[in-house]
Design a protein around this ligand. Structure first.
Ligand code: SAH
Ligand code: SF4
Ligand code: F3S
Length: 480
C-alpha cells in the first residue's frame, strides 16, 4: 500500500503531466518553449522553497529565465518579515502589470509568506486583478496542481491554507548551485517573539524525520553537493516533537558520517536552546563550519523580555564565552533590531555593549517594523522615527568597526575556500567562501567552481579579502 506521501506525489505528477500538455501546445503555437521566471524574496527557507517550485516548472517543460521581461510565467515567492519586503513586491507588481498590458498571455503568480496574510490577499484581489494565481506557504507541494488549474482558468486562482500538519517529501527540485544546497530540517516556528510574523505565516514547528533528512543529503552528495545548510527557524529545537525524539546535536552527528560531504552549516540558532551537547559536537566535528549565526536582537534585558526572547544579556554573553572557549576560531554573526517599542537610547547602548564585547564577525542590523497581528505592533510606546534612526546609525557604526577588526585578524592566513562563482567584474577571478563565511576573491580558472582550494588571505578590504591560491589539501577533487 502506498503511503500518504507517495499518493500525494503521484497526484502531483499527474498534474505536472497536465501542465506539460499546455507547454507542448504553447510550443506548437509559438515555436518555442514557455519561459518561467521565479523571483525569491526573504530568507534561505524561501530560497529552498523556490528550488522546489522551479523543479516542478522544469519538469513541466518550462525553460527558466532570470528576466521578467522575457518570461511567459512569473512567480514571486514573497517575504513579509519587514514592511519593506512587502513594498518591494507591490512595486514590482506595478511593473508586471505594465508588462502584461504589452504581453497579455503573461501569467503572474504570487506565493510565500506575504500570501498568508489575509489583508494582503484581499488587497491583491481588489487592486491587482491581473494576478493569475495566489497560494501560500503550507501548500507549495500542490504547486503543479495549482499551476494546471491556473493554466485552464480565466479567473484568479486563490488557494491559501491556514495551516498544515503535512510534510511532503521527494518533490522534484532544481538547485541553484551544483555544489551546495539548503536542506530543510524543520518548518514553522513556535517561539512567538513579540515582533515577529514568521510563526503566523509559517505555522507551528514541524520536524522532518531524521531518516528523510539523511536520505536527502545522501542523494545531494551523490549528485555533487559538497556543502549543505540545514535550515529551520530554530534548529536547536529540532526533533523535540518527533515520535522518536532526537536532538539537533544527534542529527548533526549522523549528518557528519555521510561520506563525501565536506561542509555542514546550519541556520538559525536561537540562543535560548543552544545546548552544551551542540557545542561539543561542533568542537569535535571536522565538517561543521566554524561559523554560528546567533541572533541577539537586543542587548537590554527589558527589551529582550518584551521581545519574548527568553534569555538575558548576561546569559547571551555567557553562551558566547562558552562557544569561544570551546572553539576559538569560531565566527559569530547576529541579527539586531533597533526601535522595538519602548526602546530608549540607553537600551541601544546595551546592544552596542554586547557588540563590543562579543566582537561579532558580522551583524544584520534591522529597523523594527511593526507587523500586523503581532503583540509588539499593538504596543503603545512605538519609538519616534528620528530616535530610531539615530540609534540605528550609532549601532551600525560599531557593528562595522568590530566586523572590520575581526576580519583583519585573518590577514596572512592560508585557509580552505569553496569556489562559488566567477567574479562578475573580472572573469579571471573567482569568489570563494571560507568555512567562517568570509568571502575571498582570487585569480583562478573558472573550472574550479564547486571545488575546494587553499587560499592565502593577502589583503583585507573590510568585509572580504583578496588573495591567491596556494597548493594544499583543498585542491583535491571533491569526491563524487
Ligand atoms: N528564526 C530566526 C529569525 C528569522 S527572521 C531567529 O529567530 O533568529 C530574521 C531576522 O529578521 C530576525 O532575526 C530579526 O532580527 C529580524 N526581524 C524579524 N521580525 C522583524 C521585525 N518585525 N522588524 C524588524 N526586524 C525583524
Ligand atoms: Fe521569529 Fe522568533 Fe521564530 Fe525567529 S524564533 S522566526 S524571530 S518568532
Ligand atoms: Fe521572510 Fe518568510 Fe523567511 S517572512 S524571512 S521569507 S520565513
Amino acid at each position: 500500500m502506498p503511503n500518504e506521501n507517495e499518493l500525494e506525489l503521484e497526484r502531483q505528477k499527474l498534474y505536472i503531466d497536465k501542465c506539460r500538455v499546455y507547454v507542448n501546445a504553447f510550443q506548437v503555437e509559438r515555436g518555442r518553449l514557455p519561459k518561467a521566471c521565479v523571483v525569491t524574496f526573504g530568507c534561505q527557507m524561501n530560497a529552498r522553497d523556490s528550488e522546489k517550485l522551479t523543479g516542478i516548472l522544469v519538469q513541466a517543460g518550462y525553460e527558466l529565465s532570470d528576466s521578467e521581461e522575457e518570461a511567459d510565467f512569473v512567480l514571486y515567492n514573497t517575504c513579509t518579515v519587514r514592511d519593506n519586503a512587502n513594498q518591494r513586491v507591490y512595486g514590482r507588481l506595478g511593473y508586471l502589470n505594465s508588462l502584461k498590458k504589452k504581453k497579455p498571455h503573461l501569467k503572474i503568480a504570487l506565493c510565500g509568506c506575504m500570501m498568508q496574510e489575509q489583508a494582503v490577499v484581499e488587497r491583491i484581489q481588489k487592486s491587482y486583478r491581473f494576478v493569475d494565481l495566489i497560494f501560500g506557504t503550507h501548500n507549495i507541494f500542490r504547486f503543479a496542481e495549482l499551476l494546471s488549474e491556473m493554466l485552464a482558468s480565466e479567473d484568479m486562482v486563490v488557494d491559501i491554507w491556514e495551516k498544515t500538519e503535512k510534510i511532503v517529501e521527494n518533490l522534484p527540485v532544481k538547485r541553484k548551485y551544483s555544489y551546495k544546497s539548503g536542506v530543510n530540517i524543520m518548518f514553522g516556528c513556535n517561539n512567538f517573539c513579540s515582533y515577529c510574523i514568521v510563526p503566523y505565516v509559517r505555522g507551528r514547528e514541524r520536524s522532518r524525520e531524521p531518516e528523510e533528512i539523511l536520505r536527502e543529503i545522501g542523494t545531494l552528495v551523490e549528485d555533487g553537493v559538497a556543502e549543505i545548510m540545514l535550515l529551520g527557524q530554530n534548529v536547536n529545537s529540532y526533533g523535540k516533537n518527533l515520535e522518536n525524539p532526537i536532538t539537533f546535536a544527534e542529527l548533526l552527528k549522523e549528518v557528519e558520517k555521510i561520506e563525501g560531504l565536506r561542509r555542514i552549516r546550519f541556520m538559525t540558532s536561537h540562543p535560548k536552546d543552544l545546548s552544551d551537547e551542540l557545542i561539543e559536537v561542533m568542537q569535535r566535528s571536522t565538517k561543521i563550519c566554524r561559523h554560528l549565526h546567533l541572533p541577539l536582537q537586543a542587548g537590554s534585558d527589558r527589551i529582550l523580555q518584551a521581545m519574548n526572547r527568553r534569555y538575558t544579556k548576561a546569559q547571551y554573553l555567557a553562551l558566547v564565552d562558552k562557544l569561544k572557549t570551546a572553539i576559538p576560531d569560531i565566527a559569530i554573526t547576529t541579527d539586531l533590531i533597533v526601535g522595538f517599542p519602548g526602546e530608549t537610547p540607553e537600551d541601544v547602548e546595551e546592544t552596542i555593549d554586547v557588540v563590543r564585547r562579543v566582537q561579532f564577525d558580522n551583524a544584520f542590523t534591522f529597523i523594527y517594523s511593526p507587523r500586523t497581528g503581532t503583540p509588539a505592533a499593538a504596543m503603545e510606546n512605538q519609538v519616534p522615527e528620528e530616535t530610531v534612526h539615530e540609534g540605528f546609525n550609532r549601532l551600525l557604526a560599531v557593528v562595522q568597526e568590530t566586523a572590520r577588526e575581526r576580519a583583519a585578524l585573518l590577514q596572512g592566513k592560508v585557509m580552505e575556500a569553496l569556489v562559488e562563482e566567477v567574479n562578475e567584474q573580472d572573469p579571471a577571478f573567482v569568489t570563494g567562501r571560507l568555512g567562517n563565511n568570509m568571502l575571498v576573491h582570487f585569480k583562478a580558472d573558472r573550472r574550479l567552481v564547486g571545488k575546494f582550494v587553499m587560499v592565502a588571505l593577502d589583503t583585507c578590504h573590510g568585509f572580504y579579502y583578496t588573495g591567491r591560491m596556494v597548493a594544499g589539501r583543498g585542491q583535491a577533487e571533491h569526491p563524487r
